[in-house]
Design a protein around this ligand. Structure first.
Ligand code: PLP
Length: 448
């Protein structure tokens, strides 16, 4: 097989999703600066140059990269470097070995659902325990290259529902760049809060919700030497998009009928679709999978808009949910998400607290350890299957976005019966005397 032709034409630039204006990647810009536009920006690759390689060349190129054992190219993200940040110098890449996470077939659950196949993409098996690592490696690497060009950046800043701050803090600390994380107080798990603290971030806990924190970060980062690390910044999405591509590689380029992904700020759904579109353009896949965005009923602006066929959209005030990382009422990337879903005939489903907790617990019984956001996605699969939107012969990939260990408190509360919902799959530890007879009796009562 011929090696891929790799040359400097593989450039990427910023491009407005509304008016199409282009800007160099080295410009610090989060929204289109054309008068009256203010659109979100994407990263546009030179498809013509990329297409000079055949789909077979790209496949074998990726396969070779995946054989690497040392960083940065052993990273799942950087194995796709030409599709992510083609111009970056290798020495500026800041990687903690993200990506290359398992894609687990759940055949017992597929049987339960009367479904051809279902896989769980375990993105939470990662340095900071969520799929946010995929995007953060790209953002911090880009900053490192800007710093090398002599551009002044004093600190990187984000608003977060927990996972973004954990990822930002770790990657920034590893690169020796100061970070500031702005969190809504009392709304993130202890495991998430401790992560930026240990990395020595400046942690600001505010008496507002995520949307309030996000507004403050937008103001702060008007000052160009404080760099915005939220997914409004398309560099994050370039890394996130590698997840779907990796799934296709794991499925030997056999396209699943569906992806289901939990949605909060809504950057990830568009990243997923952009990865699929790239594979389609380059001829690695022959059709696009459909996508379902799974939202918590407590924070469901996209779901409500989908009910109106996306004819209108309104932000909501997000209410408390176990799926705290997606407790977002005014998602920055909703225009991206709507465009992405329209492209792939996508749908939006929602799940209540009881539905998400029971779905997570149900699939935990097959040896998984699901976080509540994945619970939302799992519940939405059950609902779409019941409605026959997802059909018997379909194959489905559910994106598991965080590690369940980050949410041990709420999972424990479920099994102790301490949540205000009907815990269908409760399994409480029995407190017994250390007495053989009582123990034998308990075993006999339970094990048939
Ligand atoms: C960020 C996050 C999401 C949602 O991703 P968005 O791009 O904000 O829609 C889902 N689950 C977890 C665990 C997350 O951290």
């Amino acid at each position: 097989m011929k090696e891929i032709i790799s040359n400097l034409d593989f450039n990427a630039e910023l491009s407005c999703i509304e008016c199409g204006a282009n800007y160099p990647l080295s410009q610090i810009l989060y929204r289109c600066s054309k008068v009256g536009c203010d659109g979100l920006l994407d990263i546009k690759h030179n498809l013509r140059a990329l297409k000079r390689n055949s789909s077979q060349q790209w496949q074998s190129h990726l396969e070779n990269r995946l054989k690497k054992t040392s960083l940065p190219f052993s990273s799942g993200v950087w194995s796709q470097k030409e599709w992510v940040l083609p111009q970056i110098k290798d020495e500026h890449i800041v990687s903690l070995g993200e990506g290359k996470t398992p894609l687990i077939p759940l055949s017992l659950w597929a049987d339960d659902l009367d479904l051809a196949a279902v896989w769980l993409k375990q993105c939470g098996i990662s340095s900071t325990g969520s799929f946010k690592d995929l995007g953060m490696t790209v953002l911090i690497s880009h900053i490192k290259s800007l710093l090398a060009e002599g551009i002044t950046i004093r600190a990187v800043v984000c608003a977060s529902t927990g996972d973004t701050s954990a990822a930002l803090a770790a990657y920034a600390a590893y690169a020796g760049i100061p970070s500031i994380v702005i969190l809504p107080s009392n709304r993130i798990s202890t495991a998430q809060l401790v992560q930026p603290i240990t990395c020595n971030s400046l942690v600001l806990s505010l008496n507002t919700d995520f949307d309030g924190c996000m507004n403050i970060v937008k103001e702060l980062t008007q000052n160009k030497d404080l760099y915005l690390a939220n997914s409004m910044n398309p560099l994050r999405l370039e890394g996130q998009k590698t997840m779907g591509i990796e799934v296709l590689q794991q499925l030997d380029w056999e396209v699943p009928d569906w992806f289901i992904i939990p949605g909060g700020n809504l950057g990830n759904v568009s990243a997923l679709v952009s990865g699929m579109s790239l594979l389609f353009e380059l001829g690695l896949i022959k059709k696009l999978p459909r996508v379902c965005v799974a939202q918590s009923s407590q924070a469901n602006p996209l779901y409500l808009s989908f009910q109106k066929k996306f004819q209108s959209y309104e932000a909501v005030s997000a209410k408390k949910t176990l799926a705290s990382a997606i407790q977002i009422g005014d998602p920055v990337s909703y225009p991206r998400a709507i465009k992405a879903l329209e492209k792939v005939n996508g749908v939006v489903e929602e799940a209540s607290e009881e539905e998400l907790a029971n779905a997570a617990a149900r699939v935990d019984r097959y040896g998984m350890f699901n976080d509540p956001h994945t619970g939302v996605a799992l519940a939405c699969l059950e609902k779409l299957r019941k409605k026959e939107v997802i059909q018997k012969d379909d194959s489905v990939v559910v994106v598991s976005t965080a590690h369940g260990l980050k949410f041990a408190n709420s999972k424990t509360a479920y099994h102790e019966g301490k949540l205000e919902l009907k815990a269908k799959y409760q399994n409480k530890a029995l407190d017994l005397d250390a007495n053989l007879e009582t123990i034998q009796k308990s075993i006999e009562d339970i094990i048939s």
